[in-house]
Each structure stands twice: as C-alpha cells, then as structure tokens.
Design a protein around this ligand. Structure first.
Ligand code: MN
Length: 297
C-alpha cells in the first residue's frame, strides 16, 4: 500500500425497517475524516424489498447530509418541512440544539424501483453545535468534467467550483461518475485528510484497487488524487481538516459527554425539546437505554 493510505472494510448495519447498508464510518481505525463522522452507503437495492423507512427520531450536534443517486425519499421534520429528495440532489439538515425527522422511500404508482444513496453526518464544532436547527434541499450542485469523470461538487470546493451546501468547518465531498474507462487527477486541499468509497463498479484510487465496501483513507498532504476506472464506475470522495475535538457518538446524537446524551435521550422519550414530525407512515423511534458510551464504533 502506498504511504499514507489505509484500507478500511465497511461493516453491514440495518437502518430503519430492515434496510441493510454498508457503514464506512465510524470504524475502529477511524472515527472521523475531517468533520465527517458517519458514512452509510445504501443500495443499489430494489425498493420492492422495502426501501428506506425510518420513523421520526431526533438528532443533536450534527448535520445529516444525504446524497441521492437513485430513488426518491420523503424527508419530514419538526420544523414543518416535507421534502422529496430525488437523484442528483443533496438534503442538508443542521440538527444543532435539536431537531426530529423521518425518512420514507416514496411508493405508489410511478415510484422509483431502486434506491441508491449515501447518508453522512458532519460533526458540528463546539462553537456551532447549539445553533438553531435548519433544513435545506439543494437540487443544483456544480458539475465539472475531469478526465472522463463527471464530478459533482456536493460540499466545499473542487477546482474552484463551490457547493452551496452550508457547512461549519473546512470540508469537501464530491461524487465522480464515468460511463466508461476514465482517468483523472482530482485536485485536493493538501491540509485535508480524505477518504474514497466506490459506490458502483470498480476503481483504482492512489494505486489501490477498490470495490464497494472498502473505504480508502488518505492522510493529509496530497494536492491531487489519481483516480481511474476501466468501465462504468461511481465513487464518493470526502475530506476535511482533521477534526480536533473529541466527539461522542451514540444513537442519533453527537455530543461531548454522557450528561448531554442522557438529557437528549430523556427529552426525546418524554416528548420534549425536539418537536413533532407529522405525516410519516413510520412509527416514531424510541431512544434505547443509555449504555456503552465508550462504544464509539
Ligand atoms: Mn436521521
């Protein structure tokens, strides 16, 4: 393996009502890549198998970032937003001090037959983590061509093209897709650490052959990244300044200590703080008993 890279195997996990996903972050070797602290890859999978159904549940201290590749999912939240996210769009939800939301694959006649998406969390830095909650759908994201790849700038900047997605620490995310063999040098910010995950097909990143299910971690110090594929492929590259703060992840919360976790858990289960989500066909989730707070992977 080349210097400064680590191959990290994803584990499988179940989200919502039986959807099996690949979880790239957190893992035992890497808790975060920049402020990215959670990285799930869902599908591609037939929605007839159930799709995504996650009933109302709370978040604190993070942003949820959803990148939709195939399918359609309805987001509903306690601010009163109801938003269908479709392919090529990003949903960014800033939980801050507290928000609740639900996510349900759209069904019925004309519904998309497959689901393919990535959902990530971004840890909010201490100065921003108690801010007011917010939600936004971004249907338009910058796109550039690079060595046969279409590059969609999902967060931060690539080659001077900036995503409108609002974030609170220096970070980036880009989706690269090619319909045939391609070879690109993706410009990077050298102060960032990065990670690459193949979403479809096969690719070679920094000389490492990758398939879906293996995250390639790249240490800071790279100004560009060699990415090639021999046939149609898609991958996601994320990065950011290494996150200096110790964060605690438990259930759907990002916090700094057990007291904050206990308060958020009690508030959700008692119907306080987060507000109500209306219209979801899925039942609300109950926060489990607080335990294993040192279990962050
Ligand atoms: Mn959520």
């Amino acid at each position: 393996m080349s210097t400064g890279t680590e191959r990290i195997e994803c584990r499988t996990a179940e989200v919502g009502d039986g959807l099996i996903i690949r979880r790239a972050l957190p893992n035992r070797r890497r808790r975060t890549v920049g402020a990215w602290c959670f990285f799930d890859h869902a599908g591609p999978v037939a929605v007839s198998a159930g799709g995504l159904h996650v009933g109302p549940h709370p978040h604190i201290g993070l942003q949820t970032f959803t990148w939709m590749i195939e399918g359609a999912v309805t987001h509903r939240d306690s601010l009163g937003n109801e938003q269908l996210i479709t392919p090529g769009q990003v949903n960014i939800m800033t939980a801050g001090a507290g928000i609740a939301h639900s996510e349900d694959s759209a069904d019925g006649p004309g519904a998309a037959p497959r689901l393919h998406a990535a959902q990530l969390w971004i840890a909010l830095p201490d100065a921003e983590r108690h801010r007011a909650p917010a939600f936004r759908n971004h249907p338009q994201l910058p796109r550039l061509e690079l060595g046969g790849f279409g590059v969609r700038v999902l967060a931060g900047s690539v080659a001077g093209r900036a995503s409108p997605v609002e974030v609170y620490s220096p970070l980036m995310a880009a989706d690269l897709s090619a319909g045939a063999a391609a070879a690109a040098e993706l410009p990077l910010t050298a102060a960032f650490e990065h990670a690459a995950l193949v979403l479809e097909g096969a690719a070679e990143v920094a000389g490492e052959a990758l398939l879906p299910g293996t995250l390639l971690y790249l240490a800071p110090g790279r100004a560009q990244l060699a990415i090639t594929c021999q046939a149609a492929a898609r991958l996601l590259v994320i990065g950011g300044v290494p996150f200096a703060e110790e964060v605690l992840l438990w259930w759907n919360f990002v916090a700094r200590n057990a007291e904050e976790m206990a308060a958020a858990t009690d508030d959700w289960n008692a119907g306080r703080r987060f507000g109500a989500v209306h219209g979801s066909p899925s039942a609300p989730l109950r926060a489990p008993a607080l335990s294993g707070l040192n279990l962050r992977a």
